[in-house]
Write a protein that binds this ligand. Structure first.
Ligand code: HEC
Length: 173
């Protein structure tokens, strides 16, 4: 008969196992080297700036050149704010899933030959009224409620110059 205070075999096995586990934890604790202290660099890397195409600007100080320069810069501001999400910084229109999903590619705005197929009036109407697919759904949204006609012409003036831009070293969307 087992005496008072003598544990049954199963309990002893469990205690042994716990002891072994504890012992191995202690061993691992001592054997594992202390983590290397990491020094956090005080330098913060600069936020990457989007690389917009460098379109040539008229340099003259005559009223015509000044007005044209203003229009191009305003067009750039609009395009690189409202249009690049879909058409891309460079106007290539191939940089997102939505553009791939419409079934055909929009024109490459940086391709002179492709853009020459689009008259100024067609360009303006595409912008003002949007472009619809065969089902009548907008593939390109209309901008009439967002941009004034002058702003639309400024964007057109800018886009017409995209083929003349030097391609930047990298393109950050
Ligand atoms: C929501 C995405 C989206 C935005 C934002 C957008 N477009 Fe488009 N755009 C399209 C798609 C898609 C087409 C092609 C439509 C088609 O052919 O079915 C298109 C077509 C055009 C066309 C007709 C020629 C071509 O590329 O096929 C012009 C011009 C154009 N966009 C200019 C602009 C301008 C300028 C802006 C900014 C004011 C702009 N788009 C903003 C999606 C967009």
């Amino acid at each position: 008969m087992e005496g008072y205070g003598v544990l049954p075999t199963s309990a002893r096995v469990i205690i042994w196992c716990c002891g072994l586990l504890l012992a191995s934890i202690v061993v691992v604790w001592f054997v594992t080297p202390a983590p290397q202290s990491t020094t956090i660099s005080p330098q913060v890397s600069p936020v990457p700036q989007p690389q917009v195409p460098q379109v040539p600007l008229p340099t003259g100080s005559d009223p015509e050149s000044v007005a044209l320069r203003g229009a191009i810069l305003n067009g750039e501001r609009i395009y690189q704010r409202l249009c690049y999400h879909c058409h891309g910084r460079q106007g290539k229109g191939d940089n997102n899933a939505y553009m791939d999903s419409i079934g055909h590619k929009p024109a490459d705005h940086s391709d002179l030959t492709a853009m020459q197929r689009l008259s100024d009036t067609e360009f303006f109407l595409a912008l003002r009224d949007g472009v619809r697919d065969k089902r009548g759904w907008f593939t390109m949204p209309p901008w009439a409620s967002v941009l004034t006609p002058t702003e639309m012409w400024d964007v057109i003036t800018y886009v017409r110059r995209l083929p003349l831009a030097e391609s930047p070293a990298s393109s950050i969307p």
